[in-house]
Design a protein around this ligand. Sequence first.
Ligand SMILES: [Zn+2]
Length: 255
Amino acid sequence: MPPAVGTFFAAAFGAVVGSFLNVCIYRLPRGMSIVWPASACPHCGRGLAWFENVPLLSYAVLRGRCRTCSGVISTRYPTVEALTAAMFALGWWYYGPGTLLAARLLFGCALIVLFAIDLEHQLLPNAITLPGIIVGFLFSLVVEPGWMASLIGIVVGGGVLYLIAEGYYRLRHEEGLGMGDVKMLAMIGAFLGWKLTLVALMFASVSGSIIGISLIAARRGSMKYALPFGTFLAIGAAVSATLGQQVLNWYLNLW
Ligand SMILES: [Zn+2]
């Protein structure tokens, strides 16, 4: 099979997976089942026909509105579908078919769902983070980073954030980081191992600080609850999974 054909099918499959991720993003924070019932318009509740459920194409054809009630369909739907399609295509091209590709794509899907839910609801559901820790560890039995690095990653990832959260709480008597962030970084540790997890945490903190400071400067106000840390952890983990090893090598060469 020519590489371009494989990449195309990976992207198409990714778009379909992305449309399932949209279901998770909408339903998990609302306590709804992700398998039943079939998708419906969130405004008028009418069930969607198969041709209204085609990833990316339906949104374009319907011009972002429900056929019955003209309710606006969130741009989150095509965005998540396009992002997942791009991730599958790039992953296929970068890793090639194999267990590592499966591990990284599953990890990426979990990050996309956590990113979107945390951004909208300031919530990181256990339904994603806890199974994520187990699945990440199971993958590490056969692919990088290996089970030992994965196990240390779970303990270090969860432990570091737990100590920061606990310290912040004792100091300020209010919650700065939630237990959701702790479990999410433990999940990142399970998939990436402890070294890349620390790189992910660094990326998350730096990007969070830059955006936080610019928001404060622009609005001249407090943004304490406006920016959920899980969204930055997702970005940091995605960058670390792809570029983290180069960053580590570069850093270690400085010494
Ligand atoms: Zn509708």
